[in-house]
Design a protein around this ligand. Sequence first.
Ligand code: URA
Length: 235
Amino acid sequence: MATPPAPPQPSMDMNANSKHMNPLPASVFTLPQTAQLEALFTIIRDKDTARGDFLFYSDRIIRLLVEEGLNHLPVIQRTVVTPTGASYDGVGFEGKICGVSILRAGEAMEAGLREVCRSVRIGKILIQRDEETALPKLFYSKFPNDIASRYVLLLDPMLATGGSAIKAVEVLMEHDVPEERIIFINLISSPEGLRKFSDKFPKLKIITGWIDEGLNEKAYIIPGLGDFGERRYCE
Ligand code: URA
C-alpha cells in the first residue's frame, strides 16, 4: 500500500524571514513565521490578486498583528469568581489604549483593531513629504484628549524609509506620550527603515509581519506588495 503523503511542513524555520536582519534589534518582534502566514503574504504580494482578496487576506494579517501587539501590553493581577463559586487568580490589562493611524494606508488597520478592542479610541495623523525640504511634514493630527495617559498602538502597514513613522512618533511625544508607551504595528518592514526607526526609539516596540530585502530607488519595499493604499482603496 502506498505511504500517505507527509503533512505539509512550514516552509521556513522560525528565523528565516528575518534573514535580511539578523540579529533583530531587541525592540523588534515578528509574527511567528508559520507556513500559514507565508501563504497569506504570498496572496497579498501577488500582483494578480484581486482587490477583494487583497482586503480579505491583508485583514487577516492585520488581525494577527493587532493580537500580537496586545501581547506586549502590561497586565496586572486580577481575581474573579467563576460560576462555580471558586475564585480564579488571573490578569487584566493595566492601562487604557488607543490606536493612531498614519493616513491614508494606516486607516486600513483601524477595523482590525476595533474587532479586537471594542469602542477603542482612534487618533489620526497625516504626514507627507514637504516639497521644499523633502522632509516628512505634519499636515494634520487629531488625538483623544487623554492620549498622554494611554498606550498607543501606532498603525501603518509599510515601514519603508521610516521617515513618516519617525515623524509620527515625534508628534506623539510632543503630546506627552512616552516612547515606551507606543507600540508600532506594520505588515512589512524594510531593514533600512527598521534599523533607522529602532535606533532612534530603542524603547518603542515594533511588531512587524515580515522583514523584506530592502528598498528600490523609488523607496518601495522589495519584493514588497506595491503601494498598499492603492491596492486597498483603488485597484
Ligand atoms: N508604501 C507602500 O505602500 N509600499 C511600499 O513599498 C513602501 C511604502
